[in-house]
Design a protein around this ligand. Structure first.
Ligand code: ZN
Ligand code: ZN
Length: 370
């Protein structure tokens, strides 16, 4: 049977139980899987029945031998967490996978997960995706060295670009972060795995909440391979192109700093002057040599840019004591979160964030301040 019996849905408790016991990994290939029921925040994996339900279900005749009857057929004791390929395999190659063997695989996997939990490699998945439709599956480019214990997700489409809409977005971020922190404090030594695809100002704001005090891995979506990536894979790491990153600045002894960061698209000063009500300002201009989409994907590149941003901004602020910083950023989602994490709220002034619109005028729309 596929996934679960439509006549008798599993309770959330059962789902969570199996998902946690399996560490969100396929019991056979250990591939990490987070399946979301659209619009809700639940931890659902692909659940395969060891003893299939229905009179003709796979291995049905072996139920009695293993103490599985109609009442217990949907309990997590009779379910094994698998990727879709392995689910299909066990249901089509029934002779190769008798119930006894599957129960052994299930036990070995759940013991393996438990042993990893005991050595504190735990993480919480944090999904922030309010553009391009919700995620129903996360596929990682490489195995993460930890067990996922929770999945927190904000996947409501963001459509209200008014100031009220952005304020609502901030409130949603704060709620999301609070849920995360509750879990963070529940599980000792846990880290966060963050999957972002949302408007940039919301992601920078989320980054300011997460700050640099929480251990996190931030992923970016590789559109070509359709997987989420963080660090560059070993065969790429030595061949990452040089971003030829530059930071230049103009000081006019003012109390306003405008910071331009050009990564995916070039940010133009003419577009900024249209939206900023200051005739005089200091200017920090950070840019890669050739801004283009998909240029910055891997963590190694992301950190080069966020570190430069933090260092230069703090140098200038220390010297000039700004009242306001206006940040104009055209770049990828994961870097937006890292830029937010650079902000030290005890030292930095208000930062005004803008939504970059490639095809509309004015090109930068004031969104929110952090
Ligand atoms: Zn099945
Ligand atoms: Zn598998």
């Amino acid at each position: 049977m596929a996934v679960s019996n439509p006549r008798k849905p599993l309770s959330a408790g059962d789902n969570l139980d199996l998902w946690l016991r399996s560490g969100g990994m396929c019991a056979m290939c250990k591939k990490q899987l987070i399946l979301e029921e659209l619009g809700t925040k639940t931890n659902i994996g692909e659940k395969a029945h060891v003893i299939g339900h229905g009179d003709k279900g796979p291995r049905r005749e072996q139920g009695k031998m293993h103490g599985i009857d109609d009442a217990s057929i949907d309990s997590s004791n009779n379910l094994i967490f698998l990727c879709s390929e392995h689910h299909k395999l066990i249901d089509t190659q029934k002779e190769l996978y008798p119930a006894k063997r599957l129960f052994e695989i299930k036990k070995a996997h759940e013991d393996f997960v438990l042993s990893r939990l005991n050595i504190n490699n735990k993480s919480i998945a944090l999904i922030h995706k309010t553009m391009h439709g919700p995620i129903d599956q996360i596929v990682l480019s490489q195995q993460i060295d930890s067990v996922l214990v929770e999945c927190i997700s904000h996947q409501e489409q963001f459509t209200d670009f008014s100031l009220e809409g952005w304020e609502k977005g901030k409130e949603d971020n704060e709620k999301l972060y609070k849920t995360f922190i509750d879990y963070y404090q529940t599980y000792n030594g846990v880290r966060a795995e963050v999957f972002p695809l949302s408007p940039i100002p919301l992601l920078i704001h989320l980054g300011t909440l997460i700050s640099d005090t929480v251990p996190v891995t931030i992923y970016q979506y590789d559109r070509y391979k359709q997987v989420w990536v963080s660090s560059a894979p070993p065969h790429v790491i030595g061949n990452l192109p040089d971003l030829e990153l530059t930071a230049s600045y103009v000081e006019n002894k003012t109390k306003v700093l405008i910071c331009m960061i050009s990564v995916s698209y070039p940010v133009h000063i003419e577009d900024i002057k249209v939206v900023v009500n200051h005739s005089q300002f200091d200017l920090l201009n950070i840019s890669v040599a050739q801004p283009s989409t998909d240029l910055v994907l891997y963590r190694e590149h992301v950190l080069q840019i966020s570190k430069l941003f933090k260092m230069r901004t703090e140098e200038l602020h220390e010297k000039n004591r700004y009242n306001d910083i206006h940040l104009f950023y055209a770049g990828p989602a994961g870097l937006a979160i890292e830029l937010g994490r650079c902000v030290n709220k005890n030292i930095w002034p208000y930062i005004h964030l803008y939504q970059y619109r490639f095809r509309e005028m004015p090109r930068h729309l004031h969104a929110l301040s952090v």
